[in-house]
Design a protein around this ligand. Structure first.
Ligand SMILES: [Zn+2]
Length: 139
């Protein structure tokens, strides 16, 4: 599982699920630190809590079926500075280049951009939101 922190999006079974804000106690981490709730995500029959440990800063996904915890797993957190790398895993080089160029306001290859947009849409990610984050990324 991957969690795109600035967009509050969880990638679960290759689908992006937008979360709703949460706060408060979220259980205990393996390190005995306290987990703090970040967001809740709903997928089919399960609800997934994303929580961050305030001691080791690891992020965990706690998967619930009803009120029963059925699974917990470490999650890879993608911060704003990591979005480029995340995209490079999902898109071809020319598609990534088109997105980066568009974000910078440069000329970009329209068909590569359109392919990238479709690939992201297929996962459930809006390219407009990605562009906003890239524009805010320094460099
Ligand atoms: Zn911890």
């Amino acid at each position: 599982m991957e969690y795109i922190e600035p967009l509050k999006i969880l990638i679960y079974n290759n689908r992006a699920i937008k979360g709703t804000d949460a706060e408060g106690f979220g259980g205990f981490c393996e390190c005995n630190g306290t987990l703090i709730q970040k967001t809740w995500h709903e997928a089919n029959s399960v609800k997934i809590l994303i929580a961050e440990c305030e001691k080791c800063w690891e992020t965990e996904a706690l998967v619930f079926s009803g009120s029963k915890l059925i699974e917990r797993r470490k999650v890879k957190t993608i911060k704003r500075k990591d979005i480029r790398e995340f995209l490079s895993e999902k898109l071809s080089e020319s598609e990534l280049e088109a997105i980066l160029n568009k974000a910078k306001g440069f000329d970009y290859n329209y068909s590569s951009f359109s392919r990238a947009r479709k690939k992201l849409e297929k996962i459930g990610i809006d390219v407009g939101e990605i562009l906003k984050e890239l524009i805010l990324t320094p460099k």
